[in-house]
Ligand binder design. Structure first.
Ligand code: FES
Length: 138
């Protein structure tokens, strides 16, 4: 399931322009191409250049670094079929632009590692203290 997060008002990004927005912990390049919005990961899958600073020709983003191309619709790269950038759904409703991210990802804690204790150590962690008085039972 997708969770749609508000990123801007509709008029904030005129046709032919792009913006780099942060949606939770993701950096996303948002394009207004001929009046329609498209969102892709800002990080080029080749060497990480910001795709939001690239230009668009015929529905294809051209990376500012080495000019590899990525489809706005699918994220696919015609030069390398194994390379693809992540595309995100965009909704415009009542003048608000929203980008969809996976709801499962939304629940992940940001900036915190999951508490993971290796299985073999779990039972070696003392959870009950020994009584100070040896005659005392727990
Ligand atoms: S970094 Fe994008 S094509 Fe190389």
């Amino acid at each position: 399931m997708k969770l749609f997060i508000k990123v801007m008002k509709e008029g904030d990004l005129p046709p032919g322009k792009s913006a780099i927005v942060n949606v939770r912990d993701k950096e996303i390049a948002l394009f207004n191409y001929k009046g329609k919005y498209f969102a892709v990961s800002n990080k080029c899958p080749h060497k990480g250049a910001p795709l939001g600073e690239g230009r668009i020709e015929e529905g294809v983003i051209i990376c500012p670094n080495h000019e590899w191309r990525f489809s706005l619709e699918s994220g696919g790269c015609p030069q390398n079929p194994e390379l693809k950038t992540t595309v995100y759904p965009v909704r415009v409703h009542k003048g608000v632009v929203r980008i969809g991210i996976d709801a499962d990802e939304e629940r992940k804690p940001i900036g915190k590692e999951k508490y993971t204790v290796p299985e073999e150590l779990k039972f070696k962690i003392p959870t009950i203290q020994k009584p100070i008085n040896p005659d005392e039972t727990l």
